[in-house]
Design a protein. Structure first.
Lengths: 433, 142
């Protein structure tokens, strides 16, 4: 248990190469859930990890990496339907069109190729319908929050649980694809949907992990997910050899835009905001929790800067990729290509809805009893007493990310005051608390 | 007896630091383990009260008092005070300046919002003597 009364999840997202880690404080300071400590000159993940990847991003020695293997054996392609995230379309330069990429995947041997951007496009309209419906209800929570970024959902569950009810209760395009591509593939090729395996190609470590855990909100599945970087080279080679003119790409610019920050809300004719980057995301979630921004209908949060294009498994530089995506949006246009009535029918049938709560809701802290609250207050009072002794240089040399967390760790018995270099210098560690 | 008291200072017209106290209160109450909806109500009130002081009040302090049965916020400032408290409690009534409005504040929802989210609200203000708010929240235990 940690101070928030939540059970910590077993750590599995990040692994630390002890031969490369020199025990500097950068990853520990970057972690938004303060889950990392430095012990005996090595970083250790000991708290609740939301899989944001910040630690790996800031590590100058490359000592932290995704724990899960990202390999894919190309001889297995025949077993899978493939559904690439929109960001894949921005990885090969502006002369390679989405259809070429989808044909390339087909040529690699996948037996059915699904254009996820198309599903994203119809999802935009469904979101708009849901917003309109909610605005007519009294006391509906606003702003609504995009369910797309799994790190944001974990962050909300861990640090802002009162905002879970703001998360849009529609399935994400990836989840809809999981359901729909299987159904279509099954119809077309006479198989049973549950026999069908789906491969997601994603720039995102957190999405890959959640698919592999079978933790998708649509329920457990035998699907697989790999990073763009795991398939990039063979795909790029095979795209050069395409001599097929089948049309596999159906989305317009609205669906294509989802890969970058602002893309999801661009098509919404509502009062929206797109926020990207971890620290900005936290700042805006704090504001929403204080009851601000209620005039907004919908906020799209992405923890990666520039949006999903900035994911750790992307190959092309995120700003280049953004430029490519913007070009593609110009080429394919943003006019509404989809029959509104068709989307409304699907919406009314409940097609877009997910009956699964965000998985992270399970970790919602239990309501504490009076004596537990008393203990919590007592603990906090001790934390304040120790915090007052500290110099607040926030150096991290003690192995905790900041002075306040150090004070908490001392109270919890995880460290001792001797580990504060400034107290030691002052010779003040004899102070008993 | 109050088990835990924490004091945050408020500086008039410091819109950059404004809201800091509320954010700290939010995280402190979270680490104690209070119910998240209670924390949300408290942080809404703390933020509104803090912004009122920053906009109209002048320097002052925000005091958080926590015990297992009750959480109390006290906001005292040395500004011009509230001329007509009943009027100030009405939705949309505002004495904000155009400058405040340009920054997105001053919709006249501050005190009404506090009133709505608190279990009880006491306001004392004699003209010229600053504004003094006492906001109480009951802690419901399972």
């Amino acid at each position: 248990m940690d101070g928030t009364g939540q059970d910590t999840e077993p750590v599995r997202y990040v692994q630390i190469d002890e031969s490369l880690c020199n025990g500097c404080v950068l990853c520990m300071k970057a972690c938004p859930t303060k889950a990392i400590r430095i012990k005996e000159d090595l970083a250790q993940v000991q708290g609740f990890c939301i899989n944001c990847g910040e630690c790996a991003r800031v590590c100058p020695r490359g000592a932290l990496a995704a724990a899960r293997s990202n390999d894919f054996d190309l001889s297995e392609t025949g077993e899978y339907i493939v559904s690439p995230c929109t960001t894949l379309y921005a990885q090969f330069g502006e002369d390679v069109l989405p259809n070429d990429i989808l044909l390339g995947l087909k040529k690699l041997g996948f037996w059915y190729v699904h254009d996820q951007a198309y599903t994203s496009e119809i999802s935009s309209f469904a979101t708009e319908l849901y917003i309109r419906e909610s605005r007519e209800k009294k006391n509906a929570p606003f702003p609504l929050i995009s369910p797309l970024c799994p790190v944001v959902i974990k962050l909300i569950a861990y640090r802002f649980p009162s905002l879970l009810k703001h998360v849009l209760p529609l399935a994400t395009p990836r989840e809809l694809v999981t359901r729909e591509a299987k159904k279509r593939g099954a119809e077309k090729y006479g198989r049973k949907p549950e026999e069908i395996k789906l491969l997601h190609i994603t720039p995102c470590q957190a999405i890959a992990d959640s698919v592999m855990e079978g933790a998708s909100r649509e329920g457990p599945c035998q699907d697989k997910a790999i990073g763009i970087n795991a398939i990039y080279e063979p795909l790029q080679r095979i795209i050069q050899e395409i001599d097929d003119d089948t049309v596999l790409h159906h989305s317009g610019g609205i669906g294509l835009g989802w890969g970058m920050s602002g893309g999801e809300v661009a098509a919404l004719d509502r009062n929206c905001l797109a926020v990207s980057g971890l620290h900005e995301t936290i700042r805006y979630l704090e504001m929403i929790e204080m009851g601000l921004l209620q005039d907004l209908d919908y906020v799209e949060f992405r923890v990666c800067g520039v949006g999903c294009l900035g994911g750790p498994f992307a190959v092309t530089d995120k700003y280049r990729a953004k430029h490519i995506l913007q070009k593609l949006i110009l080429i394919f246009g943003v006019e509404k290509r989809i029959k509104y009535k068709y989307v409304i029918d699907l919406y009314n049938k409940g097609w877009f809805f997910t009956d699964k709560e965000p998985r992270s809701r399970e970790i919602k802290p239990p309501q504490l009893s009076s004596s537990e609250i008393s203990k919590g207050i007592e603990r906090q009072r001790s934390v304040e007493e120790i915090f007052r002794l500290l110099s607040r240089k926030e150096c991290g040399a003690c192995g905790a990310p900041d002075c306040r967390t150090f004070a908490e760790d001392v109270v919890d018995g995880d460290t001792t005051l001797e580990n504060c270099v400034f107290l030691k210098k002052k010779g003040a560690i004899s102070i008993q608390v | 007896m109050t088990d835990l008291i924490k004091i945050f200072s408020i500086k008039a017209r410091d819109f950059v630091k404004a809201g800091e106290g509320s954010i700290q209160i939010q995280s402190l109450l979270k680490s104690i383990g209070f119910d998240t909806d209670l924390i949300r109500r408290i942080s809404i009130c703390a933020y509104e009260a803090e912004m009122n002081a920053v906009m109209h009040g002048g320097d002052g302090e925000l005091r958080l008092m926590v015990d297992p049965k009750e959480i109390v916020l006290e906001i005292n400032d040395n500004g011009p005070g509230i001329e007509d408290i009943d009027l100030a409690l009405q939705d949309g009534y505002s004495t904000a300046t155009p400058e405040h409005r340009e920054m997105g504040f001053g919709a006249g929802m501050g005190l009404p919002n506090i009133n709505k989210n608190a279990d009880s609200l006491e306001i004392h203000s004699d003209n010229g003597q600053g504004a003094h708010l006492k906001i109480r929240f009951e802690v419901q235990n399972s």
